[in-house]
Write a protein that binds this ligand. Structure first.
Ligand code: NAG
Ligand code: NAG
Ligand code: NAG
Ligand code: NAG
Length: 454
């Protein structure tokens, strides 16, 4: 049957766009309601993903999403299964997490390495770490295993610890030919710290805890962590880290908070780490309104968040919730913020043709901010499902039911060193430099920290 074009359009419109105006409804007192909302958002988020379709590349999101954000998204789906028990996305998650491991099984796939930063690699390693801790179904025995993947990422990064400037620290970029190699930033060091603490807890191997201690001390010495426990974006090896970019992002605070909470737990509740956890948690207040709704203060109110930044609230949500398992004394304070944030996030899922597309500005409640994307869906998903944290067990370790196979030597062979020495790309292909441009431009214009809390 053939319709004339106008009729076809009318019919298609009638069939595909019922335009039922609704918004995502969630009752935070009902576990089923939270699960149902999480399921809806996970579905909408995965509409952006086509890596499991014929001819596509498993693990990649289409532009404008960078590779790291896909790793973050699969981490969110590991969490989704943990919170809801719904295995719908387990296969696609396992496929993606295994497809991107690269020849040395350390999340250094050749298609990405030329633009890969330590933080990019870490988000994939952290997804694998979560899979080990949460007893996500193990890959087939002939495939890389979750714990070994996390160890491989950690070991490749430990080998990059750089004492040639700033008294230590990881650089942001892995390769000297990339913009941002001079930058020593909190997300790279924070993820390394976070992963180190979690590997110490999971394996009981103290070497990881020493690295976590060293990373904390270095960040404190450079004032990337200040005396208020604010976490600043980064500094520069060209000036020996004598000056700091004072922008604050939710994900930096989150990475440090969970790392500190895990160290607190690993040290059987040491006073030092307990005090750090408490102070870091207090310092997250900068990201919450008086009504306890989470805001990406550096860019949200002026509408300047880029694609990456639109996802950051997902990670503060994820890591605040996980903190309550490692440092149970934080539970009330954490939930006092995650609950109102989840309510507001659900209300902001009210846009688009389906009437439930999630915007970024949770403070606008049921007035959609007009934005949409993987980051917005992921942030809403993580903050809403986090409200089930009291219903799920904490992370396992290899002595409390963890089943993931590790390899403490993963990522530390000669081939792993060799892949850190690749030649520069011939066409100056700098696709990975998006975050850098934003960060450095802001920094060059001046210290904008006064703008942050407007
Ligand atoms: C790398 O890119 C090639 C060409 O697009 C593709 O065939 C391959 O599957 C990709 N591998 C990974 C791990 O992304
Ligand atoms: C750079 O900073 C480190 C750590 O503060 C310090 O030990 C080192 O002496 C400094 N180097 C130079 C050349 O100033
Ligand atoms: C460490 O974590 C476990 C599991 O969540 C918890 O039962 C225990 O109380 C924590 N330890 C401390 C010192 O809070
Ligand atoms: C602990 O981890 C380090 C760093 O990866 C490794 O070299 C060492 O062999 C591990 N120790 C044990 C007992 O597994």
């Amino acid at each position: 049957m053939k319709f004339s074009k106008p009729l076809a359009i009318i019919v298609t419109t009638l069939i595909t766009k019922p335009r039922i105006v609704q918004s995502l409804d969630v009752d935070l007192n009902s576990h089923d309601s939270i699960k149902s909302a999480a399921s809806t958002i996970a579905y909408d988020m995965m509409l952006y993903y086509n890596g499991n379709q014929t001819g596509q590349i498993p693990g990649n999101l289409p532009p404008p999403y960078y590779w790291w954000e896909a790793g973050a998204m699969f981490g969110a789906l590991v969490d989704y299964w943990y919170y809801t028990g719904d295995p719908t996305y387990n296969m696609v998650t396992t496929q993606a997490l295994l497809f991107q491991v690269g020849p040395s099984e350390s999340y250094m796939p050749p298609n990405q390495t030329k633009t890969e930063g330590n933080d990019d690699q870490a988000f994939w390693g952290i997804a694998a770490m979560s899979a080990a801790e949460l007893n996500f179904p193990n890959p087939p025995a002939n495939q890389p295993q979750w714990l070994a993947l996390a160890q491989a990422v950690f070991n490749t990064q430990a080998a990059r610890w750089d004492t040639s400037s700033c008294g230590g620290g990881l650089r942001w970029q892995i390769y000297p030919f990339n913009n941002g190699y001079n930058y020593k930033n909190s997300i790279s060091n924070g993820c390394f710290f976070n992963l180190g603490a979690r590997l110490a807890k999971y394996t009981g191997n103290d070497t990881y805890a020493h690295w976590a201690d060293q990373t904390w001390d270095w960040m404190a010495s450079t004032k990337l962590i200040d005396t208020n426990y604010y976490i600043y974006d980064g500094s520069d090896s060209n000036i020996n880290c004598s000056n700091i970019n004072h922008l604050q992002w939710t994900y930096n605070a989150g990475a440090m908070l969970l790392g500190a909470a895990t160290m607190y737990n690993y040290t059987n509740g040491s006073t030092v780490w307990g005090q750090r956890v408490e102070s870091l948690l207090n310092a997250t207040a900068i990201f919450f309104t008086p009504e306890d709704i989470m805001v990406e203060v550096a860019c949200e109110n002026n509408g300047k968040c880029n694609t990456d930044q639109k996802s950051f609230k997902a990670y503060l949500s994820r890591w605040m919730a996980a903190t309550t398992k490692m440092a149970p004394f934080t539970y009330d304070a954490v939930m006092a913020r995650l609950r109102p944030s989840a309510q507001a996030a659900a209300e902001q899922c009210c846009g688009g043709d389906n009437g439930r597309t999630c915007g970024m500005r949770w403070t606008m409640n049921t007035t959609w901010d007009g934005s949409y994307g993987v980051g917005q869906e992921m942030a809403a998903l993580e903050v809403i499902q986090s409200n089930l944290i009291a219903q799920v067990r904490g992370p396992v370790t290899n002595s409390t039911g963890g089943t993931s196979q590790g390899n403490s030597a993963a990522g530390s062979g000669p081939n792993d060193r060799a892949q850190d020495k690749i030649e520069p790309p011939t066409h100056g292909d700098k696709v990975g430099a998006g975050v850098l441009t934003a960060v450095v431009l802001l920094w060059l214009i001046g210290t904008l920290s006064w703008m942050i809390v407007d």
